[in-house]
Design a protein around this ligand. Structure first.
Ligand code: NAD
Length: 499
């Protein structure tokens, strides 16, 4: 059985705890590897290596840091196919989607290559008599990145890409469900000329997360995962004096106004609801047709489209989506479907009993569609994170606007309409962090930044882009004066200087 340890000080090391977690092949249900669960003493070794590496890295000029990031980007692109296959083998998403996972991470590395420009700082000459003021952004030191299973390439790169480019070292704690791609990325970083110790990967579960949250030499924690854990990590990290940004779960709505291009809306919602078996924080698991007859027009096209979906193993190039990540996750999604029926939602398509021939032990689920879902239902309020689409009908624009605005999550939302004025008003008023107008999965490009509202994100600063730069750096402002010797009059000032 393949054993996955940690990546510390530039090498793969076996874990010492004796505690492991199984990694499955979601297509077959077989255990394909085991990953070690780290201990606080292993974390200590990783942090010591990171502290040493960071002290030197912080003094490396920005264009040299940029060159390392650029070499890393080139190497990841060279290994794109291998990485995508490795990712699919543990996650279950289809290979084309895994490529997208890697590419969206590389986008952030590309942005990070611009660090000489974006980390330049600010300068004011003559802020007072003979006085200049400049502000610079210094790295924090060693930071930690704790990541979820559903984007094992993109999300680690969001974090360590920005952290390292800005002069920090990073301890990456990937999901225990699919740690192989993060481990491989760390190897590639060293192969690309990244200084040893700057990116260490420590595997594990709550025990190692708690060790991270209490480690004195870790100055900031970036987390992405489910909301309860995001809240816990945010609370503990900030209590211990660390900077924290903790992204949580989601329940994104797709609003369809009566004047929407229905073909486009159905195509987009189909991909965004069922792509990656619904295991995306920017999926669209709720659709809100607005006004009389809109739901019927939506269903007329959506039902046959669902019928035509192809579910297959992750290496099947024809498949629209693959299995979910684990048996436990499959069981949880099925429980939500059972509950939705009990709650009175109308089951139009039932994916619970889907089996893929030859892969009966794989974690496959067919698409499920519910109509007449209402805001009081638990299955509406909570995140299901599976291939389940719920229709909540709304009579008016105001009702449709209220649904995502009043939901506990506020990650993303999409609106379909041909009315620019309505779209503009919706985007302005909706209480959600990321909005798509005729765009289904509005994950911002790398030079903007990513972050939801309400229980979808704890902390004030978003991921990547200029927000990422701010998260991983602290401002130092210097006020300087270079007077001639005889300019000193020897008097002390007892009032605050004003200019
Ligand atoms: P998860 O919360 O189970 O795990 C995330 C990380 O936390 C993992 O590294 C895991 O090892 C660690 N962890 C698990 N239990 C812990 C505990 N009790 N204490 C401390 N750490 C713990 O999330 P997941 O199932 O891996 O990922 C899916 C979730 O992530 C969904 O809720 C999804 O919406 C969310 N997500 C959010 C975003 C976003 O940007 N908002 C992006 C991707 C995924």
């Amino acid at each position: 059985m393949r054993q996955i340890g940690h990546f510390i000080d530039g090498v793969n090391v076996a874990g010492v705890s004796g505690r492991t977690s199984d990694i499955y092949n979601p297509n077959t249900g077989e255990v394909q590897a085991q990953v070690t669960m780290g201990t606080s003493s292993e974390l200590d070794i990783a942090v010591r290596s990171a502290v040493k590496a960071q002290a030197e890295w912080a003094g490396v000029n920005p264009q040299k840091r940029s060159r390392v990031m650029f070499a890393f980007k080139m190497l990841v692109e060279k290994h794109m196919d291998d990485l995508a296959h490795l990712l699919s083998s543990e996650h279950g998403k289809v290979v084309a989607d895994s490529r997208g996972d890697v590419i969206r991470g590389v986008d952030v590395i590309e942005f990070a290559c611009g660090v000489p420009h974006v980390q330049k700082g600010e300068f004011t000459m003559g802020a007072g008599p003979g006085i200049d003021v400049y502000s610079i952004r210094k790295p924090l030191g060693v930071v930690a990145a704790i990541t979820p299973f559903n984007f094992p390439a993109m999300i680690p790169m969001w974090m360590f890409g920005m952290a390292i480019a800005t002069g920090n070292a990073c301890i990456l704690k990937p999901s225990e469900k699919d740690p192989s791609v993060p481990m491989r990325l760390a190897e590639l970083f060293v192969e690309a000329g990244g200084p040893i110790g700057l990116l260490n990967v420590i595997n594990g579960d709550k025990e190692i997360v708690d060790a991270i949250l209490t480690h004195d030499d870790i100055k900031a924690v970036s987390f992405v995962g489910s909301s309860d854990i995001a809240h816990y990590v945010y609370h503990e990290a900030t209590k211990n004096g660390k900077r924290a940004q903790c992204m949580g779960g989601a329940k994104n709505h797709g609003i369809i106004l009566p004047d929407a291009d229905m073909d486009q809306a159905v195509n987009d919602v189909l991909g965004a609801a069922f792509g990656s078996a619904g295991e995306r924080c920017m999926a669209l698991p709720v659709v809100v047709p607005v006004g009389e007859g809109t739901a019927e027009r939506f269903l007329e096209k959506m039902l046959p489209a669902i019928e035509n979906l192809k579910i297959g193993i992750s290496t099947d190039a024809e498949a629209d989506y693959g299995p979910v990540v684990t048996a436990a996750h499959k069981a949880k999604v099925k429980e939500y479907i059972d509950l939705a029926i009990e709650e009175g939602a109308t089951l139009l398509v039932d994916g619970r009993d889907f089996e893929l021939q030859g892969y009966e032990d794989g974690y496959f689920l067919g698409p499920t569609l519910f109509d007449n879902v209402t805001p009081d239902m638990t299955t509406y309020k909570e995140e299901i994170f599976g291939p389940v689409l719920q229709i909540v009908r709304a009579d008016t624009f105001e009702q449709a606007l209220a649904l995502p605005s009043e939901h506990q999550y506020g990650n993303g939302v999409a609106i379909y309409t041909s009315n620019g004025r309505a779209a503009r008003e919706f985007a302005d008023r909706v209480e959600v962090g990321m909005v798509g107008i005729n765009v289904p999965i509005p994950v911002p490009v790398a030079y903007h930044s990513f972050g939801g509202w309400k229980r979808s994100a704890f902390g004030d600063i978003n991921q990547y882009g200029m927000e990422g730069l701010r998260f991983y750096t602290k401002t130092k402002t210097v006020t300087q004066r270079w007077p001639e010797k005889d300019e000193h009059n020897g008097d002390s000032a007892f009032v605050i200087p004003t200019f």
